[in-house]
Write a protein that binds this ligand. Structure first.
Ligand SMILES: [Zn+2]
Length: 146
């Protein structure tokens, strides 16, 4: 039985005992030896103890979740800022590619690399960004190998 179920069961038992006491069906007795499942003081005391324990556990869990949420929100905020900065940087930077040799499909990148497509050029292969510098790819010969 979970702690929650145990606390709810104890509270239900305490309510039943209180009801029986109020209606005169039971007397406020303390047994010797004590009977935790029967003596009103023990049944009610146990319910109060478990209810307090549950409330304290829920408070601790809530505080933990709030702390985690604050960390998550901060990470999301920082990530959004970083993404916006990267998008702005990528939009601002253009890498101009020039076709080196139409017979081989080799391209010189604006950032100093040589890249060869197996077939066709950047636009036919869906290349929109330079894989070396991250800049927006601008194929100066129109994008297709001649
Ligand atoms: Zn580049």
């Amino acid at each position: 039985m979970s702690e929650r179920e145990e606390a709810l069961k104890a509270i239900a038992a305490a309510n039943a005992v209180v009801g029986e006491l109020c209606e005169g069906h039971r007397q406020w007795i303390m047994s010797i030896p004590a009977r935790p499942d029967f003596d009103p003081d023990l049944v009610i005391g146990n319910a109060l103890h478990l209810a307090e324990k549950m409330i304290r556990a829920l408070e601790a869990q809530l505080a933990h979740e709030e702390a985690e949420n604050a960390v998550s929100e901060e990470l999301i905020k920082r990530s959004r800022t970083r993404i916006a900065a990267l998008e702005a940087r990528a939009e601002a930077r253009v890498c101009e590619w020039t076709l080196d040799d139409p017979d081989f499909g080799a391209w010189h990148t604006g950032c100093g690399h040589l890249f060869e497509f197996i077939a066709d050029g950047p636009s036919e292969n869906g290349a929109k960004f330079c894989q070396y510098c991250g800049g927006t790819l601008n194929a100066l010969t129109g994008g297709a190998s001649a």
